[in-house]
Design a protein around this ligand. Structure first.
Ligand code: SAM
Length: 402
């Protein structure tokens, strides 16, 4: 499907599920959107295996193939999943290299990603005079692209330490790195450039799209972390997006793809940390504090939630100048959290299902904007979900031939 009708469908759906996206489940209580669509009983009754599968593969994994009937899924959920499917199943832009072995190791997934990136950039790089890697990090791909396509390359990166590392690792005279904070209007691309942004966070991706359109040059963009914007909201770039305005507070949902690491053990670790954080919030609420979700870790590094609950609670209480918890108080909150966090996880599944909608909407807005500006732009997947869930790529060339 062309990006324009897909974007229209995404915008229409966003309008319908705005209540789900806006209302995150923070307590073991069915939110209004859940009651209105009669989703509660089905979600609450999912057993642990089904819950684990839905978190790992997405709620759609429980519905696909049998129209949701065999699972007893509520019609509203089946209908929502069906409408989300075209946005999830975008066409691959390059043959999927290494997907089979991707589940095996981080190294295999990294290799598969690099191979896919190189395959995607190849045709555009062949015609480019220079590669401009924006948000280059330590310049891994900048160096690789310069070598693979035998082109001069420049890596732009705002973090001076990363730039220093990138320079230290670079042997070619025609590969250089600059410390630049790319913000509105500061990125000037020249004719013959191929602009690349790999995991370009939030507004950096938008800036890259604007600059590529202004210069009429090729672009390969894989976005991420849409919430990393300086303003309170992201507004549409494209005319087609109209008044679409996405608040920063909801943009993080676009990152919430279930296979966060693609490794079950890390997912289990992540869930255990979240349960501990919930137990801590419960404990703090029990002490009469007003603690919104996330605020329980105020003053503490998120990684501290990997410690045993007693240690985490002791640190959080000491930070607030409160008396330590005794064994009974700790055990009470830990036990209640085990059950209640399970309910929260189940009730959160429909909202997580909408994560791809947000991610795809932003990518479609960028694609439509580039096409409105006369570039040949396409949206698709860079690699399979198993390699990385951040796999949506916008590719644009200076002419409709690309
Ligand atoms: C997620 S990392 C990706 C690094 C690299 N492209 C890769 O794929 O491995 C994003 C990088 O963009 C940089 N960055 C974010 N915003 C930036 C900005 N406004 N200007 C320049 N660099 C930025 C960050 O410092 C970070 O190194």
């Amino acid at each position: 499907m062309e990006p324009e009708p897909l974007f229209d469908a995404a915008l229409a759906l966003l309008g319908e599920v705005g209540d789900i996206i806006a209302d995150r489940v923070e307590l073991p209580v069915e939110p209004a959107w859940c009651r209105a669509r009669e989703l509660g009983p089905f979600l609450r009754e999912l057993d642990d295996a089904a819950l684990g599968r839905a978190e790992l593969e997405g709620l759609d994994a429980l519905l696909v193939g049998n129209g949701g009937r065999a699972t007893g899924a509520p019609p509203a959920l089946v209908a929502l999943a069906a409408r989300l499917r075209p946005l999830t199943a975008l066409p691959p832009l390059v043959p999927d290299a290494g997907a089979g072995e991707a589940a095996r190791s981080v190294g295999a997934r990294k290799r598969a990603q690099l191979a896919a990136r190189a395959a995607l950039c190849g045709p555009l790089a062949a015609r480019a005079e220079r590669i401009v890697d924006v948000g280059a990090g330590r310049g891994h791909f900048t160096r690789l692209a310069a070598a693979e396509f035998d082109k001069p390359a420049v890596g732009l990166e705002r973090d001076p330490a990363r730039v220093a590392r990138a320079r230290a690792l670079t042997g070619r005279a025609d590969v250089r790195f600059e410390v630049v904070d790319v913000t509105a209007g500061t990125l000037a691309l020249a004719p013959g450039d191929l602009a690349i942004g790999l995991h370009a966070c939030g507004e950096l991706g938008d800036e890259l799209v604007r600059a590529a359109a202004a210069a009429g040059v090729g672009l390969v963009l894989v976005g991420c972390c849409a919430q990393k914007i300086r303003g309170p909201a992201r507004v549409a770039l494209s005319r087609r997006g109209g008044t679409l305005t996405l608040a920063r507070a909801i943009l993080g949902l676009g990152n919430l793809r279930p296979r966060a690491e693609g490794v079950e053990s890390s997912l289990a670790e992540c869930l255990a940390s979240r349960e501990r954080r919930y137990a801590l919030r419960r404990l703090l609420l029990g002490r009469g504090l007003e603690v919104t979700a996330g605020a329980e870790m105020q003053g503490l590094n998120r990684r501290r939630a990997r410690q045993p609950f007693a240690v985490l609670a002791a640190e959080a209480l000491a930070l607030r100048g409160l008396a330590p918890a005794d064994a009974e108080e700790l055990a009470r909150h830990e036990a209640a959290a085990r059950h209640e966090h399970g309910v929260i996880r189940r009730l959160s599944l429909p909202r997580a299902l909408c994560g791809r909608l947000l991610e795809a909407t932003i990518a479609l807005d960028r694609t439509c904007f580039l096409r409105e500006q006369g570039l040949a732009a396409r949206l698709g997947t860079l690699c399979s979900d198993a390699v990385t869930p951040r796999n949506l790529a916008v590719v644009a060339g200076p002419s409709r031939e690309q």
